[in-house]
Design a protein around this ligand. Structure first.
Ligand code: ATP
Length: 346
């Protein structure tokens, strides 16, 4: 089912939580709402769900205005960060719950419920836990059960609010791959909220980057990462070094490396990702001189922090091989030159 978000505005007192939000969500799409804490992601998700009313604007489900449709009639399934499983019910009963509370004339028979619950538990690969209680499950297992429970009522839309937020990194990574595979099997239109850019880029078909109640950019993971529409998107999607420069004849420069500058203004800010910087030991007039002050191992890559004469320390990321070959160490004098950059008016 497609969802259209039209000119949605929402205030809490004087505070503008959502400022004119427009968004088209395609049928069967897995969409991520990504942004820092407080940017309005959850509020937007709750408005789509029908748990919150907008001050202005409308929500269309499959082309029909659903703004005033009650949450129960929207046929949405939810999964929240803090697993809201019923503690006194077994896994089986948790998943069956949404079917059991249906009005009598639409309620499936006990046999049909039993079969459906087992099918769903197989889908989330936890059929063997049917008789356990939530307290006897791991965090990751609880989230998968929460998802099975949300799917039981055959929602037209699945809404997930930081579904893996409370879990440790390794389990999170497993679950997001699993969510992607599950979505590829089910094709339910799904929207999930996250503040973790890696999670959004890895899992979603499209990413909506939000900031201060507005949408900064909507695009595929490649688009938002490779062609950020605004400095905010660039900074939010990965670590970045900023260099301030005066603009001369259409160029801005870092050390001696020149980049085409935007037309507006005589100042520019040059954004360079840590892995886009070359480091060497030989001085050239095209490079920025500095001294290595920290070395941090990040697994497959290594981050060097380099103090330069003017401006903030520069982060340089090398592959493990380049780092080992180069034998870089703290205290060494080095020269830096950016290979790539994006330049915005400063
Ligand atoms: P987080 O990742 O921290 O959950 P978020 O992007 O999901 O952040 P929202 O929960 O949508 O942000 O909140 C947006 C802003 O609106 C926040 O500043 C929040 O304090 C405020 N807000 C949300 N709900 C209410 C409410 N019921 N009353 C007053 N202010 C609210």
């Amino acid at each position: 089912m497609s969802i259209e978000v039209r000119q949605i505005n929402k205030r809490f007192g004087d505070f503008v939580a959502l400022d004119d939000i427009n968004l088209d969500i395609q049928t069967g799409e897995l969409l991520a709402l990504l942004g820092p804490s407080g940017c309005g992601k959850t509020t937007l998700l709750r408005i789509i769900a029908g748990l919150e009313t907008p001050d202005r604007g409308s929500i269309l489900f499959h082309g029909e205005d659903a703004t005033d449709t009650h949450v129960r009639e929207r046929q949405v399934g939810f999964v929240f960060q803090h697993y809201a499983l019923f503690r006194h019910m077994t896994v089986f009963e948790n998943v069956a719950f949404g079917l059991r509370v249906r009005p009598k004339h639409t309620r499936p028979t006990d046999a049909a419920i039993k079969q459906k619950v087992h099918t769903l538990l197989e889908l989330v690969q936890l059929d063997w836990l049917a008789d356990r209680y939530p307290a006897q499950l791991s965090g990751g297992q609880r989230q998968r059960i929460a998802l099975a429970r949300a799917l039981a009522v055959e929602p037209r839309v699945l809404l997930l609010d930081e579904p893996f937020g409370a879990l440790d990194t390794k389990v999170r990574k497993e679950l997001r791959r699993w969510l992607r595979r599950l979505h590829d099997e089910m094709h339910i239109t799904s929207v999930f909220v996250t503040h973790d850019q890696e999670e959004a880029l890895e899992v979603a078909d499209r990413v909506v980057v939000m900031n201060k109640g507005r949408i900064e950019q909507t695009g595929t993971p490649e688009q938002v990462y490779d062609q950020p529409a605004t400095p905010f998107v660039y900074q939010f999607l990965g670590d970045v070094n900023l260099f301030h420069s005066r603009v001369h004849e259409g160029w801005a420069e870092v050390g001696g490396t020149r980049f085409a500058a935007p037309e507006a203004g005589d100042k520019a800010v040059i954004y360079v990702r840590p892995h886009e910087i070359d480091i060497q030991r030989i001085a050239t007039d095209k490079a920025l001189a500095g001294v290595i002050t920290h070395v941090r191992l990040l697994g497959a890559t290594v981050r060097l922090e380099v103090n330069v004469a003017a401006g903030d320390p520069v982060e340089v990321e090398l592959t493990r091989e380049r780092y080992t070959e180069g034998r870089w160490s703290v205290g060494e004098a080095v020269w830096l030159s950016p290979r790539e950059a994006r330049v915005y008016a400063g």
